[in-house]
Structures are given as C-alpha cells and as structure tokens.
Design a protein around this ligand. Structure first.
Ligand code: NAD
Length: 388
C-alpha cells in the first residue's frame, strides 16, 4: 500500500505560511515511486532559535532524514526573535539550496502562535544569553518569560500530543515553565536536553577504560543540566560489565569524572573559541531518535522529564533528568531498575534542592501563590561553562 503526504493545499490550511520554493504545490503521488513509495505522513517540527549556532547544524540533520528516518517527510517551522528576522530568511535560503527530498515545507516567523501551529515536535533552542553581570535569578526570569509565552502558544495551536524538547538554558526550569503554561498538553511530553551530558559521560568512560564508546551503555544523567548534574557511573556498563569493575578507580569516578563531564563545554571553548554547537545538535538528534526508535534491552537514555510518580523518591513537580526507555512510539517510561547507592542519593538530593530553588524563583510564571526566590548573588554559580 502506498502512503503519501497529503497534497500541499490540504496541509497549508493547518500550518503557518510557507517560504520560497516550499510554496510550490506538489503531490508526492506524482514523484518517483522508488523514492517515495513508503513515505509516511509529513511530521511538523517547530524549531526556535532557528538562526542560532545549534540550529545551524540541527536543521540540516532534520531535513536530511537522519533523525526521523529516510521514509519520513518533514515540515520545518522556524521561529526567531525580532532581531534575527533577516538571518532566519538566510537559513531558509540555505535549506532551499540543499534540495533535501524529504524537506517538504519550510516556514519562518517571529510569532510563536503562528509558527507552532500544528507542530508534532517543538525543539525549543532559542533563549536569551546571560548578559554581563547578570544574576542567575535574573536570567531565570528573563528566559522564563519567553518560555511562559511559548508554552501558552504551544497550548493554543500545537498538536495536542506535541513532544517538546527544551534546549535553551536554564533548560530544566524553562521546560517546567512551558509545561505549566500548557495544561492541554500531557506533562509527560516535555523534555529538557541532558543527552549532551550523557554523550560526554560516555566519551569519558570510553577514554578511561580504553574501550571504544560503542561498548558503553546504560549511562544515566540525573538532575539538572548544570554543575549539580549527576553522571551515573554506578549503573553504567562497559562491554556488558559494570563500569566500576572495568575501570576500578573509585577516586577517579568520585573526584574527576563528574567535573570533567560538566566542564567539557568550557574546555572546548578554550581550544577553538566557539561553543559546542555541533555536538549539541547531534545530542538533540540523539534525544529525538531515542523517542522514535525502541531502546535496546537493558539500555536507557537520559532526558529531563517530569518527576510525577517516579520510582526513585524524587519529589513530584520537577523536570529532572532520569534514565528512560522507549518503545519507539514517541513516548517513554522511566526505567525502574537503577540502583541508587548513598553517594548517588546525596548528589541527586543536591540537584533536587537546586531545582526546587529554581522553581521557587519562577513561581510568578507558573501560578505559585506568594512565590519567594531564595537564589542570591552569593550562591555558587552552577551554570555550565561554555554555554551562553
Ligand atoms: N541543554 C544543553 O545541553 C545545551 C547545550 C548547549 C547550549 N544550550 C543552550 O541552547 C541555547 C541556544 O544556544 P546557541 O549556541 O544556539 O545560541 P545562539 O545565541 O547562537 O542562538 C540563540 C538564538 O535564539 C534566538 N532567540 C532569542 N530569543 C528568542 C525567542 N524569544 N524566540 C525565538 N528565538 C529566540 C536568538 O535570536 C538566537 O538566534 C542557549 O540557551 C544555550 O545556553 C543548551
């Protein structure tokens, strides 16, 4: 049986106006059946911060088919800020010139209510950078306002089952704000990106053990995407054996592994003066692929997800990175068989405390009665080096 995208005229009614060459009417049924025979219905992907550094890699991965599959046509709905309007058009022109067969539609704009229309996925990369001397509490508020507005827009116009992945920092709390402002969308559908941290942790385990990273699995990141993150070596495996046994150096695990993972972005920026946009984009692709392909038995992927009803005693109501698995249908469940030893528990508790404080500071954006912010300028700066 042949499955094709609906003709353009039908889809245009649901989404934002299309850009350039993508305005042309097409009917996939008239195209080379060798290429299009098994194509699925077009998936609509909204990307914010679309003219930024991360998106400059990510959009081309999405359009090429390497994220959603070679049988999956995509529509890209690109949101920028007022300042990046022109740049957005440049991005759309580059996408036009790339002639990706699977890229069926591109639309650009600066109004989330327009751009999020009918989105099946929302990849929220855009955020304001931290200005000179800006306190954490100020940045939480500045970006929180953006995510409140964008959460409400998702609620109003996106697909009711839209899957949302927040990349823009502080990503856990931004995801929480978007979620709390989108009551129509299942809370489970909101993710904060911690896959880059997982990938960095796997790389360090590979380097230390001398085994290539394809042998490393079951690596969870717990907590916040900040320096309080907890890369989990207790449950990690290398070549099917516990990483602790393979490496046999508990001092390294406890004193070096976590800071090396957390400071990787800073180390990289020192070498070539740019932030890690390409590997972040790769990790976004990995995070989406983890939802649309089944997780291998015994393995997991890390994602910042809602803690409601989690099996590890982490308080409800936080977006907290935990080990997850998926059957490949876009949904996930939290793995329930990870061992939490005393060391892990104390580190997880510290990340919980930080996220509770962040949540208090954005209480005015999520409807908390009489919110009080306890983050002060004297608190330790837990922002990850190398991320703006
Ligand atoms: N979670 C992670 O693992 C991770 C890793 C790296 C970077 N980040 C974060 O990702 C974000 C983007 O990084 P980048 O390097 O692409 O930054 P960038 O500055 O190159 O791009 C950000 C883009 O967002 C746009 N933008 C700002 N406000 C917007 C809004 N309200 N709506 C839509 N677009 C808006 C800006 O115009 C800019 O083009 C930053 O917040 C960064 O800290 C997260």
């Amino acid at each position: 049986m042949q499955t094709t995208t609906a003709p353009a005229a039908t889809e245009a009614a649901e989404g934002p106006a299309k850009y350039g060459v993508f305005r042309l009417a097409y009917d996939v049924a008239n195209e080379d059946p060798a290429l299009t025979r098994n194509w699925k219905k077009t998936v609509h992907i909204a990307v914010t911060g679309a003219s930024g550094q991360i998106s400059n890699h990510l959009l081309f991965m999405l359009a090429s088919g390497e994220v959603f599959g070679r049988d999956q046509p995509v529509a890209l709905q690109l949101l920028g800020s007022q300042r990046s309007r022109e740049a957005l058009e440049g991005v759309a022109m580059e996408l036009e010139d790339s002639l990706y067969p699977l890229l069926r539609e591109v639309s650009i704009g600066i109004d989330p209510r327009e751009i999020f229309k009918g989105a099946d996925y929302a990849l929220m990369v855009g955020a304001q950078p931290r200005g000179p001397g800006m306190e954490r509490a100020d940045l939480l508020d500045l970006n929180g306002r953006i995510f409140k507005d964008q959460g409400q827009a998702l609620n109003d116009v996106a697909s009711p089952d839209v899957k949302v992945l927040v990349v823009g920092n502080p990503c856990n709390t931004n995801a929480l704000i978007a979620m709390e402002n989108a009551p129509r969308i299942p809370r489970k559908n909101f993710h904060a990106l911690t896959r880059l941290d997982e990938n960095r942790a796997k790389c360090q385990l590979a380097l230390k053990s001398g085994k290539f990273y394809t042998n490393v699995n079951r690596v969870a990141i717990w907590g916040n995407h900040s320096t309080t993150q907890v890369p989990d070596f207790v449950n990690a495996r290398i070549g099917g054996r516990p990483a602790i046994d393979v490496i046999g150096d508990m001092k390294w695990f406890r004193n070096e592994f976590t800071p090396t993972v957390a400071q990787r972005g800073g180390a990289l920026i020192k070498k070539w003066g740019r932030s890690s946009a390409a590997s972040t984009a790769v990790s976004v692709a990995d995070a989406i692929r983890a939802l649309v392909t089944p997780t291998a038995p015994g393995d997991c992927f890390s994602s910042g997800v809602i803690t409601d009803g989690n099996p590890y005693g982490i308080p409800d109501g936080l977006i907290f990175s935990m080990p997850c698995r998926s059957t490949g249908d876009g949904n996930y469940e939290i793995c329930d068989d990870f061992i939490i030893d005393d060391w892990l528990r104390s580190k997880i508790n510290a990340s919980v405390d930080e996220l509770v404080k962040e949540k208090e500071c954005v209480g005015h954006l999520i409807g908390t009665p009489n919110p009080v912010c306890r983050i002060t300028k004297d608190d330790e700066d837990t922002w990850l080096p190398g991320e703006n």
